[in-house]
Design a binder for this molecule. Structure first.
Ligand SMILES: Nc1nc2c(ncn2[C@@H]2O[C@H](COP(=O)(O)OP(=O)(O)OP(=O)(O)O)[C@@H](O)[C@H]2O)c(=O)[nH]1
Ligand SMILES: [Mg+2]
Length: 269
């Protein structure tokens, strides 16, 4: 059993990608368990096989604890640790090849707080894990915003300490699927994050990104970010674009490129 965690900023398309990857996996004769780990989710674009809202709901926590929506989400994720045994049992009972976990929208859970790795370690119990860090193409189109997201990716790497596959979602908003298939370079031309990770990009081009940060610092940071992040997979969860490449990356992380098509489901607790 292999875990794929889908994380990223609010609204980046985590739930839509959870639906799309699960569908892709099933279309390729493997089984997938869809786990909703977001206690604040209202409407989901898939039917979860395992749903944390059975145990904890952010709305209830808001009322009971007198908290605002953000505080209540963090508190409700904290509460999930009390239901890990039940969640583990539900997940492993499905005996699926892949478990796709739709993570909560609040990035601070995976980027800043200890509950993120604690919860994931308890849930995955030594199974192999690949995490997708999803971002909205429009959020990384400009240099300063691309740097902000890359720093969040680094923060998540420090906090979660699991392999991370960065992916840019909603590329259909930049170009149509037909145009992308004919001319994939259109993405690098329009999305700065993809441009800055190209081999031929020089960090000296970065220039001044903030009045308060020296351009030499930004150029140095650019080199570090390029070294840490390496590659980013462009996808459209809505249009099913880029899922083959994303799956190939997941395979690389989980098994050094081997395929699991012939693998037997393993679900031993
Ligand atoms: N155009 C386009 N829209 C998308 C894509 N993926 C998701 N969306 C839309 O973006 C919005 C947010 O998608 P969700 O899947 O709910 O995002 P999320 O990251 O799960 O959101 P939270 O759980 O609230 O953080 C929805 O309106 C989706 O239809 C995509 O590939 N292309
Ligand atoms: Mg969601």
């Amino acid at each position: 059993m292999y875990f794929i965690l889908v994380m990223g900023p609010a609204g980046s398309g985590k739930s839509t990608l959870t639906a799309a990857i699960s569908q892709w996996i099933e279309d390729h004769q493997m089984s997938a368990t869809r786990v909703n780990l977001d206690p604040a989710a209202e409407v989901l674009p898939y039917v979860p096989d395992v749903d944390v809202r059975r145990y904890v709901r952010t709305d209830d926590v808001m009322v009971k604890e007198g908290l605002g929506p953000n505080g209540a989400l963090v508190a409700s994720v904290d509460l999930l640790i009390n239901y890990v045994a039940e969640l583990v049992e539900e997940i492993y009972e499905t005996r699926a090849n892949y478990v796709i976990v739709d993570m909560p929208g609040q990035l601070e859970i995976v980027a800043f707080r200890r509950i993120g790795p604690q919860l994931i370690n308890e849930l995955t119990r030594g199974s192999k894990v690949a995490s997708i860090f999803l971002t909205d193409a429009r959020l990384v189109a400009q240099p300063a915003s691309a740097f902000s997201i890359l720093l969040l990716i680094m923060s998540t790497l420090y906090r979660m300490n699991t392999p991370l596959i960065p992916a840019v979602n909603k590329v259909d908003l930049v170009a149509s699927k037909e145009l992308l298939e004919k001319n994939p370079e259109v993405l690098e031309e329009n999305i700065y994050l993809l441009k800055m990770l190209r081999d031929d990009y020089s960090c000296l081009e970065v220039g001044s990104l903030s009045y308060y940060i020296d351009s030499d610092v930004s150029a140095g940071l650019c080199r570090i970010l390029r070294q840490v992040v390496g590659e980013v997979v462009p996808v459209s969860a809505k249009e099913f674009y880029g899922l083959d490449d994303l799956y190939a990356k997941i395979q690389q992380v989980l098994a050094g490129g081997e395929d699991y098509l012939t693998e037997e489901p393993s679900g031993v607790l």
